[in-house]
Each structure stands twice: as structure tokens, then as C-alpha cells.
Design a protein around this ligand. Structure first.
Ligand SMILES: Cc1cc2nc3c(=O)[nH]c(=O)nc-3n(C[C@H](O)[C@H](O)[C@H](O)COP(=O)(O)OP(=O)(O)OC[C@H]3O[C@@H](n4cnc5c(N)ncnc54)[C@H](O)[C@@H]3O)c2cc1C
Length: 367
């Protein structure tokens, strides 16, 4: 078969990694990004590669770690996990949470820490808290992974068009290319939509097809003289990033390259990041006292592309031949995106992609 011509919509982690795999396999690839590489959540996240708490997602996690280890192009893969602490001031609720995690994911070896043991393990935490430590968590600067995948795509010959929005062009039940924001029709043999929470719009989907919704998060960046040794996360993130998730802010802090990202919020509407950030820090100081009154370096808001069932949408779209999705990774797209992209690219090239039904885009029907 001749190598296909593929249009990829979206320059986040999903689109850039897919473009890299397709181009390396010999496809002619054009990637359309309306703003800049990593302009969305892929450049504004908290920056941790972390084991998912959903067994269905574990193969994507393992595959992505292997891909990160050999990514290159300026990406520094932390060889060992630094450890993630789930923290709370409610020992009874947290103990139940720990037991649940231990039963489902024994490999994460959730270790209970309290009082002196917690103080020794994580001196940055306030007294009176308890925690369990998971053997996971590799901090990386927020945009580093996506920038490296974009470089790798370019190195393999993909054409990256910045400042170009694109929508899928369809004819007779087939994706035949894209129409750009300038109104140019650019043909392609296949289209991959990786436009994050804006994917339904890029598909021209009807109002009733909304399996991916934005869940907005604010992150404040600070520099601490003695940042936490672990990544820290208040218990409850799972519920907020699962189906229907959205609600009150939840504390988290991840430090990479001397910069700490303090998060985060979970709202359906775009927040006023500058107004929210001081409140986030005030709350975070209850967990890490050194955050009280610290100067904010920068603030960012971005939208998690959260799917209806909390799992990504991968592969062919029913009813539109030649149209594929890589989206819906919610709170864990940096962690899981590369293996999702590899599988979708494999399917675009006509081979068995190994996408289980629980992750297939087809489960939500035609757009
Ligand atoms: C506060 C916060 C913290 C997070 N922390 C982590 C974390 O620690 N670890 C982790 O693994 N994940 C984390 N995530 C989740 C992760 O950031 C996302 O799942 C991931 O970045 C989504 O990548 P994507 O490529 O699917 O979408 P996006 O990054 O949203 O990329 C989509 C791109 O498509 C472009 N686009 C949209 N429409 C069009 C169009 N019509 N034409 C052309 N271009 C278009 C956009 O400009 C954008 O650049 C976090 C998310 C948030 C919000």
C-alpha cells in the first residue's frame, strides 16, 4: 500500500505524538495547530507521570513509560519514580482510601505515614496530617514532553502548521481532509482529530455528541527554598477526574526543575486564573506551610479533555471512514498520551492497533 497522507488536528501531546509515529512509519503528515505547540493543557498541566487508578488504563501507562524512556529530542525522563503522597487531615477516611488502593494496585505498595514517620519522609508537610505513599510519580516540566514529541515529528518529516485551525472535511461518509480557518480545503487520505476538549467542534459534531467536555484547572507556579521531596496530592482527585467530575479545588504540588506547580481547580466554566490563584495558595499552605505568602511566579489555566466515562477515545469514528480520534485523556494525558498515540497511528496505517472496546472511540457512536 502507498504511504497515506494524514492530517492531524491539534498540537497537544496527543496530536504531536501521533504525528511522530505516523511520519516515522513513512506517512506524509500535516499537523494543524491553531495557536502554538502545547498551547492547551499539554503545556499548562502539573507535570507528573503517574500510575492511573483505573486498571483499564494500565497498559497505556506502561506503554507510555517505555516510549518516554526512549523519546529523546531534549526530553529528560526521570528513571525512577520520586513517590507520590496522598495526604489528608482525616486518618479514618484516608486509611480506607489506602486499603482500597492497596487491594486494587498492590504494585504501588501504598505505605501508611503518620506523625514522626511522615515528618521524616516529607518535612515540608504541616503537622497533624497523615498520608500514604505510592511508588509512582515522575515529575517533568509541563510542556517538555509535548515539545519533544513535536520535535520528533518534525525530524521524521511531519509538516507542522502553526496558527492554522482546521475542521474535518467529509464527503459521502468519508473524511477527505480538512478545511482550514482560512477556508482552504486540504485533502488527506485520513484525518486524526486530537483537538483536546475542542474535538467535537473540530469534527463538526452535532450538539448531541459531547462525549468530551472541558474541566478547567488553574495552576500557580512558585519557587520554594525547600520544596516537597514527593509530589503531593490531597485525597479526592480521583472522584473529580472521573465521570461527571467537577467540584471544589483540591490541593496538589509537583516540583520539576526547581519550580513547583500548585493546583488545582475542577470547573466546567473557564476560571479567572489570576483571581483563583491566591485562594489556591492560601488553601495549599494548610498542607505545606512554606507556601504561605510565597510570591507567585506565574499562573495558568487550561482545560482537561474529560470524557463521559473518564477514559480516552481512541481509533476510528463510526460512520466516517478514515476519521480517527486520540482524545479524552482527562487528568492524565501527559502520562498516557504517547501509547494512545502509538496505537492510533498503528490503526491509521492499517495494522491491528490493539485498542480494547473500553477505549474505542466507537463506544460513543457517530458524531
Ligand atoms: C491543571 C491541569 C493539570 C494536569 N496535570 C497533569 C499531570 O500532572 N499529568 C498528566 O498526565 N496529565 C495532566 N493533566 C492532563 C493533561 O494535561 C491533558 O490530558 C493533556 O494535555 C491533553 O492533551 P491533548 O493533546 O489531548 O489536548 P490539548 O493539550 O488540549 O491539545 C489540543 C490542541 O488542539 C488545538 N486545537 C483545538 N482545536 C483546534 C482546531 N480546530 N484546529 C487546530 N488546532 C486546534 C489546541 O490549541 C491545543 O493546542 C493536567 C491537566 C490540567 C488542566
Amino acid at each position: 500500500m502507498p504511504a497515506p497522507e494524514v492530517a492531524v488536528i491539534g498540537g497537544g501531546i496527543a496530536g504531536c505524538a501521533t504525528a511522530a509515529f505516523l511520519a516515522e512509519a513513512g506517512a506524509t503528515v500535516r499537523l494543524y495547530e491553531r495557536e502554538a505547540i502545547a498551547a492547551g493543557a499539554s503545556g499548562r498541566n502539573s507535570g507528573i507521570l503517574q500510575h492511573p487508578m483505573d486498571p483499564v488504563l494500565e497498559p497505556l501507562y506502561r506503554g507510555s513509560l517505555a516510549l518516554y524512556a526512549e523519546l529523546g529530542h531534549g526530553f529528560a525522563f526521570p528513571p525512577e519514580p520520586g513517590g507520590a503522597l496522598v495526604v489528608s487531615d482525616d486518618p479514618v477516611a484516608l486509611a480506607a482510601d489506602r486499603e482500597h488502593a492497596a487491594a486494587r494496585f498492590p504494585a504501588l505498595a501504598p505505605e501508611w505515614l503518620q506523625d514522626g514517620a511522615l515528618e521524616a519522609a516529607e518535612p515540608a508537610l504541616a503537622p497533624g496530617l497523615c498520608a500514604y505513599r505510592l511508588a509512582t510519580g515522575r515529575p517533568v516540566p509541563p510542556a517538555a514532553a509535548t515539545q519533544a514529541w513535536a520535535k520528533r515529528a518534525r525530524a521524521a518529516g511531519a509538516e507542522v502548521r502553526i496558527g492554522r485551525s482546521a475542521a474535518v472535511a467529509r464527503r459521502d461518509g468519508r473524511a477527505v481532509g480538512v478545511v482550514t480557518g482560512d477556508g482552504d480545503a486540504e485533502p488527506a487520505g485520513a484525518v486524526v482529530a486530537a483537538a483536546g476538549p475542542w474535538t467535537p467542534a473540530a469534527l463538526g459534531a452535532g450538539r448531541q455528541w459531547r462525549p468530551i467536555l472541558p474541566v478547567w484547572g488553574v495552576v500557580a507556579q512558585v519557587r520554594l527554598a525547600a520544596p516537597p521531596r514527593h509530589s503531593l496530592e490531597e485525597t479526592g482527585v480521583e472522584a473529580l477526574t472521573s465521570p461527571g467530575g467537577a467540584g471544589a479545588p483540591i490541593f496538589s504540588i509537583v516540583t520539576a526543575g526547581g519550580v513547583s506547580a500548585v493546583g488545582s481547580t475542577f470547573t466546567r466554566e473557564r476560571p479567572d486564573a489570576e483571581a483563583v490563584a491566591p485562594r489556591l495558595l492560601e488553601r495549599a499552605a494548610r498542607f505545606v506551610p512554606a507556601l504561605a505568602g510565597v510570591a507567585i511566579d506565574s499562573v495558568r489555566a487550561c482545560a482537561r479533555p474529560l470524557s463521559e466515562d473518564g477514559r480516552p477515545l481512541l481509533g476510528p469514528v463510526p460512520g466516517v471512514n478514515g476519521l480517527h480520534l486520540v482524545t479524552g485523556h482527562g487528568a492524565w494525558g501527559i502520562t498516557l498520551g504517547p501509547e494512545s498515540a502509538r496505537r492510533v497511528a498503528t490503526g491509521v496505517l492499517g495494522a491491528d492497533a490493539g485498542i480494547p472496546p473500553e477505549l474505542a472511540a466507537a463506544r460513543f457512536g457517530p458524531p
